[in-house]
Design a protein around this ligand. Structure first.
Ligand code: G1P
Length: 296
């Protein structure tokens, strides 16, 4: 019988230097996307896919993350006294969203190093990794499909998205072959952030992975790669090319994904999500149209 995955690992130890000074004293994962911190979308996505055990890999300066997923007694008491039930619900929602665990990364030595910090907690089970910079629209299915593919194929599964060739140098890029299923491919090679013009395809890894526990053994012996960091992509490249623990498959995602990792994409993500909200969209949409026509 296939193992039922329950654990999600969310690396959140990055320094967020692209958003300075906003991230001087606050983790970048707490930046609001409309009115929710980016990290809450990611935890909600994990929970929606049945992953209730969430391990966050944090670092110094990340206390706000732990506080956000815990009770805020004074604030809750004040809202209760005022009878502000709507806001109280919003505040309480993240308290018991998932069974939260935290481990610190110490020196940030790359994504592969961060994932390796999850070894003790995860043990010898398949598990998911969700990167906080990528938000997947809750109306589009991705993680649960990856989880069922992992179980069916007894292999590791990564999420792929077709990107413009000019953007390939920002991602891990996959070389693939077709399978019997239209949106599932078998990975034959992976390269982390190829130099402009050298990408073997336009299939980029987006930040969702469902991995076999053997990835920990491979990561243990993975040497620093691109940027002098231990890269998860390099470990998965070894698993794919040596067919370790069933090899690596990709789910080609064609839904809506929002990138909150750099300032311009972050602004776009907020506008896209706000326009579709029932409470903000009806007023924002006509304003946005008018504003756009006033440009130039
Ligand atoms: C990481 C991974 C990269 C992947 C990307 C997805 O890079 O190393 O392979 O394509 O996430 O967002 P980062 O964006 O953290 O530099």
């Amino acid at each position: 019988m296939a193992f039922q995955i329950t654990k999600a690992v969310i690396p959140a130890a990055g320094l967020g230097t692209r958003f300075l000074p906003a991230t001087k004293a606050m983790p970048k994962e707490m930046l609001p996307v409309v009115d929710k911190p980016a990290i809450q979308y990611v935890v909600e996505e994990a929970v929606a896919a049945g992953l209730h055990d969430v391990l966050m890999i944090t670092g110094r300066n990340k206390n706000a993350l732990e506080n956000h997923f815990d009770r805020m007694t004074e604030l809750e008491a004040t809202l209760e006294e005022k009878g502000d039930v709507d806001r109280l619900k919003k505040v309480e929602y993240s308290n018991d969203l998932a069974d939260m665990h935290y481990v610190r990364q110490g020196d940030p030595r790359g994504l592969g190093h961060a994932v390796l910090r999850a070894h003790m907690h995860v043990g010898r089970e398949p598990f998911a990794v969700l990167l906080g910079d990528d938000l997947i629209d809750e109306r589009d299915v991705l993680l649960s499909r990856m989880i069922s593919e992992q179980a069916a194929r007894n292999a590791s599964v990564i999420a792929l998205l077709e990107v413009e060739p000019e953007a390939a140098h920002l991602y891990g890029i996959a070389t693939v072959e077709a399978t019997e299923t239209e949106d599932i491919v078998r990975i034959t090679d992976l390269v982390e952030k190829p130099v402009n013009g050298t990408a073997p395809s336009n299939l980029a890894i987006i930040g969702r992975y469902v991995l076999q526990p053997e990835v920990f053994d491979v990561l243990e012996r993975t040497q620093p790669g691109k940027g002098g960091e231990i890269q998860l992509t390099d470990a998965l490249q070894v698993m794919a090319s040596e067919n370790i623990a069933g090899g690596v498959y990709g789910v080609v995602f064609r839904g809506r994904r929002y990138d909150t990792g750099d300032r311009l994409d972050y602004i776009k993500a907020i506008v896209q999500l706000a326009v579709e909200r029932h409470d903000l969209g009806p007023e924002l949409r006509p304003w946005l149209k008018q504003f756009a026509s006033s440009l130039d």
